[in-house]
Design a protein around this ligand. Structure first.
Ligand code: NAD
Length: 262
């Protein structure tokens, strides 16, 4: 088989993408759909979910708050109905959390960030594994961040959860490897789009500087001097589900143009 053929994801994978109605998750969902996979997404935003499943016939969806175990159970009931099993879990959900000095942060913001970013990973992984054990090509991908390999001042709740996801990835790769289940984390850097616009605005306000100046500061941290796109992240997810990645597990893979510091 030519090398490039082995870079395509396995055909007809059954894929679940959490928080897949918009942003990076929707881009990943569409990429797998276009590659011939059967895709189910869940999301908390009804309007965004309706838009995605209407615009992309074939993709199915469930309403769910990923931080609520009962909602996650309902998603897996839907996955059984819509996909009949599961080959790939993409644990993508994550919120930015509060921005500010640690002494100014309240417990609610901390707890919500841990619930959505970390507890959800646990809820989805524990329900997915029995299905992945039945799959011929089982893959679990978790969305960490460059904030999962670097310290991130004023974003402590977010960075803490993203480092924890790397620990979860390493542990699950060790635990599930003997069953043939590959587990990896993707660490996106500065991804262009609405979410990053919001992050830059919050950080500019926290530091008392202008938004343009803040944006320029972000670019100066990136060796390639450009942001990455959601498509770059989706391409990595596709690659991780391809035959070429059959021996990749337990890795935390950055897609960030070499973000040098935060
Ligand atoms: P986003 O803010 O664009 O949100 C994507 C989706 O998450 C939305 O449809 C939203 O409704 C859904 N969502 C939010 N809370 C939810 C909940 N509790 N339950 C279910 N769905 C929920 O996010 P994004 O920028 O696409 O980021 C996706 C992942 O990538 C996150 O884990 C994020 O931390 C990570 N990441 C993003 C960037 C970036 O620059 N955008 C960089 C590094 C890592």
């Amino acid at each position: 088989m030519p090398l490039y053929e082995s870079l395509r994801p396995m055909p007809e994978l059954r894929v679940l993408v959490t928080a897949g109605a918009s942003g990076i998750g929707a881009c990943i969902a569409r990429a797998f759909h276009e590659a011939g996979s059967r895709v189910h997404v869940c999301d908390i935003d009804r309007a965004a979910l309706d838009r995605l499943v209407t615009d992309t016939p074939g993709i199915t969806g469930s309403m769910a708050d990923v931080s609520v175990a009962a909602d996650v159970d309902q998603v897996f009931d839907d996955v059984r109905g819509c996909l009949g099993g599961l080959d790939v879990l993409i644990n993508n959900a994550g919120i930015a959390g509060p921005t500010g000095p640690i002494e100014s942060l309240d417990a609610g913001g901390w707890e919500r960030t841990v619930s959505v970013n970390l507890n959800s990973q646990f809820f989805f992984a524990r329900r997915a594994v029995p299905l992945l054990q039945q799959s011929e090509n089982p893959v679990l991908i978790s969305m960490s961040s460059v904030a999962g390999r670097l310290g991130y001042a004023f974003r402590t709740p977010y960075a803490s959860t993203k480092w924890a996801i790397v620990g979860l990835t390493k542990s699950l790769a060790t635990e599930l490897g003997p069953q043939g289940i590959r587990v990896n984390a993707i660490l996106p850097g500065v991804v262009e789009g609405e979410r990053m616009d919001g992050v830059i605005a919050s950080r500019a306000a926290a530091l008392g500087i202008g938004i343009d100046q803040m944006r320029e500061q972000y670019l100066q941290k990136i060796s390639l001097r450009r942001m990455v796109s959601a498509e770059d992240v989706a391409a990595m997810a596709l690659f991780l589900c391809s035959p070429a990645a059959r021996n990749l597990s337990g890795q935390a893979i950055s897609v960030d143009g070499n973000l040098e510091y935060l």
